[in-house]
Design a protein around this ligand. Structure first.
Ligand code: ZN
Length: 335
């Protein structure tokens, strides 16, 4: 793959700083994915070393180990690496700015990596979210609920039948849509200031949101501080350890950097939860009713064509389970 290597050496200066290479574990030279790793100390010739090294040493945000992160492949100009200890995947990006990324284009099919037509599929999404609310109520029947990354508030609309709800959303248009619909939604990131204004809560949900966060561990740690003892955090995200993800590799439907930056496995989710003092109370791979328009949108994208906006089939949905997405309930122990 000479082309990939050229790209790598062009960009490697900004991304692979000396601090990444300082650990002795970084002195591996794994030339190709799947090839036998031939460990060669090549620190003397730094240029050759830098252009050829693919594996890197990082402190993993999930398991907390300073571990070898194996280079898997490049996707959308990002290196995809996987922690050898716990299986957490990470996308290495250059200067990704979420605030300029999550605009209304993201939800309306204007960008090939976003949603086909989020608002147009409200009926199907609301039905799906009603099921999620039922699921959550098995663990906590009522109380205060915070949705981090609440988009247009469809989940909150279902949840408010049982919970006292509020939300945080980065996309201004979406947050404004929520407020016009009578929801208590703040525009911005889940930071100390915003969470301080919201106070503590009983349930926090991150539905397909954790993989978008610049630093998921820091955000979850912050959220734990604003969670009452005995409260729960509900997370849905892809399963990087799933069969589909492993077989599809760079073509996995959820392998969409720089939109998705983190790829959790069951083990990495468990490791991160434990290190933050949370108990994994439940983990499964739920069935999901997916709008036909989104299926068609993703199939078109995977075939390499540029997706067009689809007027039909927004009201139709299909039950789908590729067992490559997981739903996790984390509990903060009662004092
Ligand atoms: Zn790890």
């Amino acid at each position: 793959m000479p082309e990939e290597r050229t790209q790598h050496s062009e960009h490697s200066k900004g991304r692979t700083g000396p601090e990444d290479l300082r650990g002795s574990v970084a002195t591996f030279d794994r030339v190709e994915e799947g090839a036998t790793a031939i460990a060669t100390l090549s620190t003397k010739n730094h240029e050759v070393f830098e252009s050829r090294v693919r594996d890197r040493s990082h402190v993993c945000l999930a398991c907390g180990q300073a571990s070898v992160h194996r280079f898997l492949y490049r996707k959308n100009g990002c290196d995809i690496l996987r922690c050898e200890q716990c299986g957490l995947g990470r996308a290495e990006t250059m200067g990704f700015d979420p605030e300029s990324y999550y605009t209304s284009d993201y939800f309306s099919g204007e960008r090939p990596d976003g949603y086909a037509d989020y608002i147009g599929t409200e009926n199907i999404l609301r039905r799906e979210f009603a099921g999620t609310v039922e699921f959550i109520r098995k663990f906590r029947a009522s109380g205060r609920l915070l949705d981090v990354g609440c988009a247009y508030g469809f989940f909150l609309q279902e949840a408010k039948r049982f919970f006292d709800v509020s939300g945080i959303e980065l996309a201004e248009d979406a947050a404004e849509h929520c407020r016009r619909s009578g929801l208590n939604v703040f525009t911005g990131q889940a930071d100390e200031t915003l969470l301080g204004r919201l106070g503590t809560t009983d349930v926090i949900v991150l539905l397909d949101a954790i993989e978008h966060l610049p630093s998921p561990r820091d955000t979850i740690a912050l959220l734990v501080n604003h969670l009452d003892p005995g409260g729960i955090i509900v997370i849905t995200t892809g399963d990087f350890g799933s069969l589909y993800s492993r077989v599809a590799g760079a073509h996995w439907r959820l392998m969409t950097p720089p939109q998705h930056l983190w790829f959790f496995s069951q083990a990495s989710m468990q490791a991160m939860a434990t290190s933050l003092g949370l108990e994994v109370e439940h983990l499964d791979h739920p069935w999901k009713v997916v709008p036909l328009s989104l299926i068609s949108f993703q199939l078109t994208r995977m075939s390499g064509l540029r997706p067009k906006r689809i007027a039909i089939s927004n009201r139709l949905g299909l039950p789908v389970n590729l067992f490559d997405a997981m739903r996790v309930v984390l509990r903060k122990p009662s004092r």
